[in-house]
Design a protein around this ligand. Structure first.
Ligand SMILES: Nc1nc2c(c(=O)[nH]1)N[C@@H](CNc1ccc(C(=O)N[C@@H](CCC(=O)N[C@@H](CCC(=O)N[C@@H](CCC(=O)O)C(=O)O)C(=O)O)C(=O)O)cc1)CN2
Ligand SMILES: [Zn+2]
Length: 758
């Protein structure tokens, strides 16, 4: 018999129950106990959703982030929170979100750095290390949840992040070599595993996705070392890898002295056969056969075609699971009532994916006839999608075939056109601007909800959003900002908003996926060839410009980001979909220009995140991704200034690609890294203008002007002052007006001081 399990389940809740509880707790509207009750309810429900599995994951639930949970389990709290009072949960959220000086009688606490979880849109809190970091086991959370799962009749399989990946994900704050900490980390893992054994745990899932990355000899050695150290522990270890191919680490992974290995058969299908051959006969092999990163139904028959021979070879040693944790997909398709029925029939969310898993295991255990109906349904859906006329659009294909290199070429090189732009715009030195969005207040979201429910007419909705745009312009003028934005009040999300307006896209009602903490996204579903039926943003931008004499920056999301933050087609290369998006956004850029918008920002927030995990695949990706941006952006006249924005980007290794975008101004995240990121720009002599983010918008901390000024001074050591802009790290939509106004006041004040002194 095959064993079924899952690597993790979405924790936010089908109706985002966790999000609402977290946010209420942070606002002191509910107690810690209330929040704990919501957590327990969600765990109960999610284990129920997974009850057909032979083993359910325990420890995948989190009040903020599973990496931060591991940091607490290992007693690796940053020193700055250790004596800040309150309960453990208070300290936990303090690392996650920071604490402002205003909030406590004492002092502010800086939030932990947040960064992307591999190539996903999930963000984790980066573990912090120092040369003398000591680890100390705190297993309460895990043990309690194991007890909880058992009491509910489940067979728990604790999930932890493995020691090597834990170090890999973190950062040494003192430049020491974090790998040296492995020696002191391993005894704590041993202790944890022993404790789990004492609690009768048979299998532990140890996540080691670092194995799908490029590893140097030291990191590879760390894997052998770690698992030789842990091999004497009592529970059996299932080392899980996902998100990519093992490649040169395949043998290493197979030879680790553990009882089982999980391979992501969706992103590494061609490695299945090799692993089946290599894996020593006493080990279990878990295969991730249902895609945990997208929402398409699995072609069950095709999967069985290759899986049955594997089962014949492995017999009981075979386990089946989704390719990775289901954290990256929405919970339940059954809630979706407004999706087009044809498109809906092509989809599977987390619960449906587990059903598919169940069908596959039944087919292996009892033969295909035992699940004849399910297989027929799957085949029907797959066929319907393959042959649907809604997927293919000949005119889009024709436009793609017409693309030529001139599409991506500005009329003149940057040094020439920047002069034209400066003459036209007349901006001061250190121009101030924002990244686009202003607070998405409860009021705006309620308004949108009412409109969606039909309680508000389109005219009324538009009037209310216009009011919000007006307020936003008034506030920016009062602040004295130099380049204004309309504030994005009309957008639910910077990607979903465009998805809703483009042909070739569908969108869900409840398809929420956690992005970080309590923040979720509803990735739109790119199912067919993309085209733009009509202008998407022009009316809003034109309206905003009509309210001010100051230059207004039009705001678009770029093709690469729309692609990376959508659920995308698996029936054509990503490159193809991206070029189609580029043509659509390019049309919008030209419409904005024609409407008299002199500055256009095209956000490519997710460009870096889409970078393949393996460096040898970068050039290919960067080639088409940067081409797509250029096609979208560069059809404008010299006097039109193109901005782009990227967040959480480590630029060092892709700076040349970024330069090739040829945007006139790039605004980037840097503040949490203390302008360190700018070293990339210094080394390469990045030619164009740069706005290094001067304050972290993800934290409620309000910066003072001195902090900002000193950051800008650091920036000026690296970039010529005349090329610097002053702006926050990212959009302000997640903040409150009460936070935004004083922060921007500090920012404008800092810019004025700089103009006087530098
Ligand atoms: N797609 C995407 N990925 C991204 C980012 C991004 O902006 N977009 N930014 C980076 C950081 N990630 C982020 C992800 C989400 C949010 C965010 O603010 N999300 C909102 C939801 C945005 C949204 O779609 N809102 C809808 C629906 C809002 C809603 O919840 N409505 C309520 C009713 C209103 C209420 O009572 O609040 C309901 O439907 O029940 C709208 O505005 O229309 C949230 O979680 O709160 C921010 C940053 C990286 N990845
Ligand atoms: Zn951003």
């Amino acid at each position: 018999m095959v064993t079924t399990h899952s690597l993790g389940f979405p924790r936010i809740g089908a109706r985002r129950e966790l999000k609402f509880a977290q946010e209420a707790f942070w606002k002191s509207q509910i107690s810690e106990e209330d929040l704990q009750i919501t957590g327990a309810d969600l765990r109960r429900r999610h284990w129920q959703n997974q009850q057909h599995l032979d083993r359910v994951p325990v420890g995948d639930f989190s009040f903020y982030d599973q990496v931060l949970d591991m940091t607490f389990t290992l007693g690796n709290l940053p020193e700055r929170v250790s004596d800040t009072g309150g309960s453990e949960l208070d300290r936990y959220f303090r690392v996650a979100r920071g604490r402002s000086g205003q909030e406590s009688a004492c002092c502010g606490v800086q939030a932990g750095e947040m960064t992307k979880w591999f190539d996903t849109n999930y963000h984790y809190i980066v573990p912090e290390f120092q040369q003398h970091t000591c680890f100390q086991l705190n297993a309460n959370r895990l043990i309690e949840q194991i007890t909880e799962a058992r009491a509910q009749g489940h067979s728990p399989k604790p999930v932890i992040i493995g020691p090597v990946t834990y170090l890999w994900l973190g950062k040494a704050k003192d430049e020491s070599d974090r790998l040296l900490l492995l020696e002191s980390l391993l005894p704590v893992y041993s202790q944890l595993l022993d404790l789990l054994a004492d609690h009768g745990i048979e299998w532990v899932q140890v996540d080691e996705p670092a194995l799908v990355n490029d590893l140097d000899a030291d990191w590879r050695h760390a894997f052998s070392l770690a698992y030789h150290h842990l091999k004497t522990s009592a529970p059996k270890l299932l080392v899980t890898t996902y998100f990519g191919e093992l490649r040169e680490n395949l043998q290493l992974a197979c030879e680790l002295p553990v009882a089982g290995l999980h391979l992501d058969a969706i992103s590494a299908p061609q490695e299945v056969a090799r692993v089946v051959d290599w894996l020593p006969a006493h080990k279990q092999l878990s295969l991730g056969v249902v895609n945990g990163r997208n929402i398409w139904r699995t072609d069950l028959e095709k999967t069985l075609d290759w899986l049955e021979p594997v089962y014949e070879k492995l017999g009981d040693r075979l386990w089946l699971a989704p390719s990775c944790s289901l954290l990256h997909v929405p919970v339940d398709l059954a809630s979706e009532e407004t999706l087009d029925p044809e498109i809906r029939s092509w989809l599977a969310f987390a619960i449906q994916k587990l059903d598919e898993l169940n069908t596959l295991s039944t087919a292996l255990n009892h033969g295909r006839t035992a699940v004849r109906e399910q297989l027929a349904e799957s085949a029907f859906a797959v066929n319907s999608r393959e042959t649907s006329e809604r997927v293919h659009d000949a005119s889009v294909r024709a436009r793609i075939a017409d693309i030529s290199p001139v599409f991506g070429q500005r009329q003149s090189p940057y040094p020439d056109r920047i002069n034209t732009q400066q003459q036209k715009l007349g901006l001061p030195r250190f121009p101030t601007t924002t990244i686009g969005s202003f607070p998405q207040t409860r009021d705006i979201r309620q308004t949108r909800l009412q409109f969606r429910k039909g309680e508000l007419t389109e005219a009324d909705y538009n009037a209310r959003i216009r009011e919000e745009v007006r307020r936003c312009i008034t506030e920016q003028e009062a602040l004295g900002l130099d380049v204004l934005v309309h504030g994005e009040a009309e957008r639910n999300d910077m990607v979903e908003y465009f998805g809703e307006q483009l042909d070739g896209y569908a969108f869900s009602q409840f398809g929420w996926v956690q992005s970080y903490g309590s923040r979720c996204v509803k990735p739109p579903i790119l199912f067919g060839d993309i085209s733009r039926p009509k202008a998407m943003t022009v009316e809003w931008i034109r309206y905003a410009q009509s309210l001010t004499e100051k230059p207004l920056k039009g705001m678009l999301t770029g093709p690469v980001t729309i692609l990376n933050w959508s659920f995308v087609r698996d029936d054509q290369p990503r490159r193809e979909s991206c070029l189609q998006l580029a043509l659509a956004i390019g049309e919008e850029v030209l419409d904005l220009e024609a409407a008299g918008v002199g500055i256009i920002q095209i956000d490519e927030a997710a460009l870096r995140e889409g970078l393949p995990l393996r460096q040898s695949d970068w050039n290919n990706y960067l080639g088409w991704a940067i081409d797509a941006f250029r096609i979208a952006a560069n059809g404008v006249r010299d006097e039109t200034q193109i901005h782009t924005h990227m967040c959480y980007s480590e630029f060092n290794d892709i700076i040349e690609a970024i330069a090739r975008m040829d945007a006139d101004v790039i605004t980037i995240e840097t503040s949490r890294s203390d302008m360190e990121l700018l070293d990339a720009f210094r080394g390469f002599q990045y030619p164009n203008d740069i706005g290094p983010g001067v304050y972290d918008i993800h934290s409620p901390n309000i910066p003072d002007s001195e902090q900002i000024r000193s950051l800008m001074m650091k920036a000026a050591e690296r970039i010529p002052a005349e090329r610097l802009w002053v702006n926050p790290d990212c959009g302000l939509k997640t903040r409150q007006w009460e936070e935004v106004l004083p922060a921007l006041r500090s920012m404008v004040a800092a810019a004025r001081q700089l103009r006087a002194s530098v």
